[in-house]
Ligand binder design. Sequence first.
Ligand SMILES: Cc1ncc(COP(=O)(O)O)c(C=O)c1O
Length: 354
Amino acid sequence: MEIKVRRIRNPKELPDDSQLGFGRIFTDHMFNMDYTRQKGWHNPRVEGYRAISMDPATMVLHYGQTIFEGLKAYRTDKGKIQLFRPDRNVARLNRSAKVVCIPEIDEAFVLEAITRLVQVEQKWVPSAPETSLYIRPTVVAMDPYLGVRPSDTYRFFIILSPVGAYYPEGFNPVKIWVTDQYVRAVRGGLGEAKTAANYAASLYGAEVAKKAGYTQVLWLDAIERRYIEEVGTMNILFVINGELITPPLNGSILPGITRDSVLTLARHWGIPVAERAIAIDEIITAHKNGALQEVFGSGTAAVISPVSHLAWKGDVITVGTGGVGPLAQKFYQAITDIQYGRTEDPFGWVVPVE
Ligand SMILES: Cc1ncc(COP(=O)(O)O)c(C=O)c1O
């Protein structure tokens, strides 16, 4: 399929790199493509960023049949633009699609669409340290119909948003609230898919955590309410007695690309790694024994997010010294060095946008 490019006549003024936050500013163009049963995916095009007109009965508005992805384009010191493991995002998009009955999209073609759009918008990739262009591919169910069933028509779009440095003043360790009252996802449900319902399910618990003075929620499993799953919208990792431990991908956890990058680096460096079920009681015991060295989240937005405190059942524990652990620091540095082309990429993770 050929991607038609219709450039707009009046591009916006570029924002100042120092003014960038997250997800409020969008570029001049977007990618759009449609799906019908008869034609399959068709009419791929890059065109002006614009509103999507929807019938009030459009299925995505009622039943949330939608999936999305999140990745970034980085500008290197030499001014080149590169993506980080975009094949993983595209593969995950299709795994999410399957979970909510959305028709698959050819993975090589999605990668081509992302690359084409970023090429058209290359001047929007900021160059100040640790800034990037966030890429949001999304699929939404478009049938105007109130019956509950998978839609017959879809829109696939990609929008771009220049984003600022996540840590403009250096690492900022966060305080986390552990809850067995609210759950994000259950095995057999949608947890491993990047779909709207998971984020809707996380809002109330996250608000309660914020009101109690915490940045985010540590989610436990929905059945026994003991086993650790994720932190906010990130995967979670622990360092206990020198071992890096993270919950296994059991169906209710999003398979994070940063998580996989951290584990790959750890194995490469010879750090012992375990992907296993880990209960909150084990963390509390490890803390009591002085074995809990580090806790941190991993995700595209922050890369690594160190956790300084965990609140559980009325107690608040301080992780290590409450500062940034050496491994959190080392993973952050190694991953961002590869993303921004400051170092060799021994894993073939980086894809240049020429
Ligand atoms: C629920 C959830 N878990 C984990 C992650 C981390 O995934 P990744 O490292 O691919 O960004 C994300 C962010 O995409 C997320 O939304």
